[in-house]
Design a protein around this ligand. Structure first.
Ligand code: HEM
Ligand code: HEM
Length: 193
């Protein structure tokens, strides 16, 4: 157990269970989002394509709700500090990547939601209720939002690749506990940091 130094802010050594649950549930949903969108895009217009996009919208709105909860929770719960051995540029990259992820967890669903609103297509949440339209029908806005959603999905993809490679580098090359401390059912004690 990390010891608490009097009058010093308390930083845990590992990500807490709540942080891990948020991280891995949202990561799994992001992968699902790409799988659904890419599969749907290859299909001819029809009921199957529309069903996949309806699922994409529902999972996307779930990500938005989880992102709100995650950010609120994160503001009150600081993450463990990065290992001492990291260079300033590595620290900057890690921080920039995490901030970019948090921004995209909001911007991706919001551009999707606004895009659907601009076409006056309803956004249902797994058939349980319908989200209100964010903007009125507008073809020009639709085109703009569609390309923004598309370009930002490429940016998200690129950051995710960078992020995964960094996590693997920490684990197998630096041999620190950066990956392990985000993994459930593991202990960080055995690795150096
Ligand atoms: C984090 C959440 C989201 C991610 C990662 C994501 C990702 C993607 C990706 C990768 C595509 C395919 C882009 C392309 O190659 O053209 C796509 C398309 C699309 N997304 Fe999302 N999306 C998210 C949330 C949403 C939400 C919440 C909605 C609507 C409420 C939405 C609506 C759409 C629509 C309608 C398309 C098809 C656009 C077209 O006609 O080309 N997305 N999304
Ligand atoms: C594509 C979906 C993913 C997203 C959106 C994502 C997002 C994030 C974010 C925002 C953080 C910072 C957490 C915080 O401090 O609040 C983080 C940390 C982390 N992620 Fe991911 N992640 C994804 C996938 C992955 C995958 C697949 C791995 C493993 C290979 C991974 C490994 C890690 C690790 C090890 C950390 C902790 C880094 C540290 O200690 O500073 N992530 N992730």
């Amino acid at each position: 157990m990390p010891s608490k130094v009097p009058n010093q802010p308390f930083f845990p050594k590992r990500y807490t269970a709540v942080a891990q649950i948020f991280h891995w549930v949202i990561a799994a949903l992001i992968v699902t989002q790409f799988a659904l969108a890419w599969t749907a895009e290859d299909l001819p217009l029809g009921i199957h394509k529309l069903a996949l996009f309806a699922r994409h919208k529902s999972f996307g709105m779930t990500i938005l709700m989880l992102a709100v909860l995650r950010l609120l929770w994160r503001l009150k719960n600081p993450p463990p500090p990065l290992p001492d051995g990291m260079t300033p540029i590595e620290r900057l990259l890690a921080r920039a990547t995490h901030i970019a992820f948090y921004v995209l967890l909001f911007v991706m669903p919001l551009t999707g939601w606004m895009m659907s609103s601009a076409k006056n297509y309803s956004v249902s949440w797994f058939g349980l209720f319908t989200w209100p339209n964010l903007i009125g029908k507008n073809e020009h806005a639709f085109d703009l939002l569609r390309s923004t959603h598309d370009i930002l999905s490429d940016v998200l993809f690129a950051i995710a690749v960078l992020h995964i490679l960094a996590a693997l580098k920490h684990h197998f090359w630096n041999k620190d506990d950066v990956l392990v401390r985000m993994l459930p059912f593991t202990k960080s004690e055995k690795r150096t940091s």
